[in-house]
Design a protein around this ligand. Structure first.
Ligand SMILES: Nc1nc2c(ncn2[C@@H]2O[C@H](COP(=O)(O)OP(=O)(O)OP(=O)(O)O)[C@@H](O)[C@H]2O)c(=O)[nH]1
Length: 449
């Protein structure tokens, strides 16, 4: 009998019903002990508050989308979990609605330690039957990929569409994935026994769909090695694709392209951490630590480097040197060129028009005013707001009130009691063209005075 721990990946676009399904699985009597890994898109953790009270272990990853940091964070969490493997029988991994499940699935095949400990049981994709067509028409890549990789597809929110609409939707999705099992559901009430123990993610189909499925993706696009005499240097850079860029340096004792490739296999874990911010004219240390170079506000930037004894140094950068015009110069402005380099497979990109705004406020809201404002806001901006979640304190309410919005639909439910805790408010909005100052200002005006 295999000793590996089965992992089920729950995926589906924002608001499609992943947490609803997770809660159903956790509350059903099946005798299984489940460890949960939650990945969130917004930087403050709300999902943990929305998952029902359970004895299960819940691990949260909210420093980015799982598909971007997958080979770092996820491997680290899975390894930590494995140390306690006597405490659970299986793992459920809920990805953010913005995640492409491809790189998540890939981790279970390409990383040797994970491959030995875990087995990908299956990918379950939740589809919001009311809104998914809009995202498919938009060509939202994440949704296509979530449907394409699924072993099971749950057409959720059947209560919000007609039988004909459901039929057409199923036909459309079947054209995109002929092998998955389809279930139509309301409040994710699909038969759980058919969702767990699928008995193996279909690797062959994943390879058919994406032939480079098993080629690792990296959080960096480029790595290079310089041979440097002792002296003072500076990296010169222009603006790149992002206002900040992850950058890591380390010294090496070999200088071939193979050295860059070998190093990539260990460095990516460090690279997926959030680095220390470094500004123009600051010094970089050769510490094998991740930096966040701040590239915003001017045309050119310089970052200093001191080399005390002759050294070979490797640099890994989130973007290619061409994208931000990287040059390494000595004090007398002689340019030094890398002696070896490699461009990595980092194709994976998000539609960066979509962003998230996370807001935490002290105090309690005036119930009537916050309800009125949220209603108007979602009516006006609903097409752009994929998702809104909030755990709020309301004046004269002893319990948390959980707000959930998906486009223009908004609902509120009573959550856990505050008890002795002072109420605080956490809200996340995910969507296009979000104006953080406007949202924050409006919310502050809704507080009870
Ligand atoms: N009408 C209706 N609402 C549903 C159904 N399933 C879930 N919901 C509601 O839709 C909202 C989003 O559900 P979640 O389960 O939080 O969705 P999610 O996929 O986890 O959302 P994210 O974590 O933001 O991606 C909640 O308010 C749910 O109560 C359904 O079948 N019908």
């Amino acid at each position: 009998m295999s000793n590996t721990i089965p992992v089920t990946v729950l995926t589906g676009f924002l608001g499609s019903g992943k947490t609803t399904l997770l809660n159903r699985i956790l509350s059903e009597e099946h005798g299984l002990r489940i460890a949960v890994i939650e990945n969130e898109f917004g930087e403050i953790g709300i999902d943990q508050d929305l998952v029902i009270n359970a004895d299960e272990e819940i691990f949260e990853m909210n420093n980015g989308c799982i598909c971007c940091t997958v080979r770092g964070d996820l491997i680290r969490i899975l390894n930590e979990l494995a140390e306690r493997k006597d405490k659970f029988d299986r793992v459920i991994l809920e990805t953010t609605g913005m995640a492409d499940p491809g790189p998540v699935a890939q981790t279970f095949f390409v990383d040797p330690s994970i491959n030995e400990l875990y087995e990908l049981d299956g990918i379950i994709t939740l589809v919001d039957a009311k809104h998914v067509s809009m995202h498919l028409d938009d060509g939202t890549n994440e949704v296509m990929s979530q449907v394409g990789f699924a072993d099971r597809i749950i057409l959720n929110k059947a209560d919000l569409v007609t039988t004909d609409q459901m039929f057409d939707l199923k036909k459309r999705l079947q054209d995109m994935n002929k092998i998955a099992g389809f279930y139509s559901a309301t409040m994710a009430d699909a038969p759980i026994a058919e969702l767990l123990d699928i008995g193996g993610f279909n690797l062959q189909r994943a390879m058919d769909m994406k032939p480079n499925f098993l080629e690792p993706e990296y959080p960096f696009e480029w790595g290079g090695i310089w041979q440097l005499p002792a002296g003072q240097y500076h990296f010169k850079m222009a603006n790149g694709p992002d206002p900040d860029m992850t950058f890591l340096m380390t010294d090496v004792n070999k200088t071939s392209e193979t050295t860059v490739l070998d190093l990539a296999e260990t460095i990516f874990i460090e690279f997926s951490k959030t680095g220390e911010p470094i500004n123009h004219k600051q010094i970089l240390n050769l510490t094998n630590q991740c930096y966040q170079l701040q590239l915003e506000g001017q045309d050119m930037y310089e970052f200093y480097l001191e080399v005390k004894t002759p050294k070979d140094i490797a640099v890994f950068a989130q973007h290619t040197p061409e994208e931000f015009e990287l040059a390494l110069l000595s004090q007398d402005d002689t340019e030094y060129f890398p002696v070896a380099e490699h461009y990595f497979n980092a194709e994976h990109e998000h539609n960066d028009v979509v962003s998230s705004v996370s807001i935490e406020l002290q105090g309690v809201f005036d119930g009537d005013i916050i309800n009125a404002w949220l209603g108007i806001f979602l009516q006006e901006k609903g097409a752009d707001i994929y998702r809104m979640k909030g755990v709020l304190g309301i004046h004269d309410e002893s319990h948390r009130i959980v707000y959930q919005g998906v486009h223009m639909l908004l609902g509120a439910q009573q959550g856990k009691p505050w008890g002795d805790e002072a109420p605080t408010n956490k809200m996340v909005f995910i969507g296009k063209n979000l104006d953080e100052d406007y949202i924050r200002g409006s919310l502050e005006r809704c507080l009870y005075k």
